[in-house]
Design a protein around this ligand. Sequence first.
Ligand SMILES: Cc1ncc(C[n+]2csc(CCOP(=O)(O)OP(=O)(O)O)c2C)c(N)n1
Ligand SMILES: [Mg+2]
Length: 279
Amino acid sequence: MPTDGELARKSLQYRRNVLRWIKHAGAGHTGGSLSCVDILNVLYNRILRVSPATFTDPKRDRYIQSKGHSVEALFVVLADCGFFPESDLETLCGYQSAYVGHPTRHVTGVEQNTGALGHGLPLAVGTALASKLDDAGFRAFTLLGDGELAEGSNWEGALAGAHYKLDNLTVIIDCNTLQITGRTKDVMNHEPLAEKWAAFGWAVRTIDGHNLAAITAALEQPLEAGKPSCVIARTTKGKGVSFMEDVGKWHHGVPSADELARAYAELDGAIAQLSGGAA
Ligand SMILES: Cc1ncc(C[n+]2csc(CCOP(=O)(O)OP(=O)(O)O)c2C)c(N)n1
Ligand SMILES: [Mg+2]
């Protein structure tokens, strides 16, 4: 199990790589990828029982990234975990590349095609139910955006997850308060969010979505026997790069050469600080 310090360093490196590949591709969903890096880091390096060697094992844990537009974060983490060589990302968003701007099952490590919002939870409900029916013992996880909650299919999934008592299912909401056209509360308000999921019959925990220890604690076990788990991760869109943090226009966008240099300088400074402070 990697230490918190090792994971903190990985998160910074992942953020650097997200920006690197978005710049290389000339396109990408910058802010939402940066906001979910810490969640993916903990999932793949601490929680999910899946690896390149077990990716075809029917009993592997399943992760479905419903907010598929943040594919750059997923690709960077999958590459680091050895699902494919990072050099494959040279083709990111290229003609006929499997590494298009949303996840597809042509990429090793990707469980489901996503990108049209609102499908990850229904898929994860079916996946978790299959695990129960087959007595297979695996868990299913899905990551939703807070803006994505405007899709009605999520609320059908929320009903079904509780109805079938899917305590092997965990929904994580990347609650960064922004979506594509502005503040989530202005586009389609969903608060009070924790109360809504609890009313649907879910066990709910709200955490700091950039605190690696808190993410780990929320995901390592189902929150409550007999109920599906909902982890509301309070996050910052564009996390880790000061001029991208909580700025709506960075939902998507490619940094200029100057912006990339400034972002790298901030992230490298943070890595150096970690190294200096390492026990
Ligand atoms: C069904 C559907 N409608 C619209 C879109 C366009 N779209 C892409 S990202 C996005 C906003 C998503 O916001 P949120 O879920 O909060 O994601 P994050 O802030 O994490 O990027 C929208 C509306 C889409 N991908 N799918
Ligand atoms: Mg959002």
